[in-house]
Design a protein around this ligand. Sequence first.
Ligand code: ADP
Ligand code: MG
Length: 247
Amino acid sequence: MSTSPNAVIRLDGVSKRYGQNVTALSGVTLDVGAGEFTAIMGTSGSGKSTLMHVAAGLDSATEGTVILDGVDITSLGDKQLTELRRRRVGFVFQSFNLVPTLNILENVELPIILDGRKPSREERDRIRTLIDRLGLGARVSHRPSQLSGGQQQRVAIARALARKPAVIFADEPTGALDTRSSNDVLAILRETTRDLGHSVVMVTHDPAAAAIADRIVFLSDGQVRADRGNISSDEISRAMLALEPVA
Ligand code: ADP
Ligand code: MG
């Protein structure tokens, strides 16, 4: 297991059980390097979303420790955890999760507003730059429903980036998009690490999406089964097949 000194996330012996019978994660030890684009791959039910939720402090581990941006989140109370998440983590979900009654700019500023303050001048400049960079400059006063799926996901990415998070978690970010919008969103997430230096952890079951990552962690039955560098979507598909039990 890699033990990078600049890990943005460090899971050590993490298990997650739901009730008595469901073990969603089982003894996961994993470091995620800062500034890297990491894909978490696996079939439906393999534990990808659970891994993301536990790593991001959206859900608690049953066993083990989770260190996020240098903080042991398994020892934090709810309030501290919410604050850490809001300040240091950005989320992108399959279903965009934008607030329908707010316009695009308001949606992007929301993580700052939720902190009980107005964006600083620097933050406003930064947000404006992000919005322009994501090709949404002419859309700031539109509502999410007036935008295409791909555009809505770009708004969600801008929102995730608004507070310069230590890490962005994306759960099947292209799951609801057509091929062209998917490629667009993946390229933006890719640039986020390459050009802006952010760390991205993307959960996906799509080999073509995972092929843009620096590293691919393969999950099966809640365990890490393989850990690879950047490989092609064909190699990813083969690696996925190798994980499946022979019928
Ligand atoms: P994936 O994202 O790879 O499809 P999940 O992490 O969502 O997988 O789920 C892993 C396993 O945990 C599955 O068996 C799923 O049914 C179970 N699971 C996930 N969330 C819950 C929950 N809230 N309650 C009970 N079981 C759950
Ligand atoms: Mg999932």
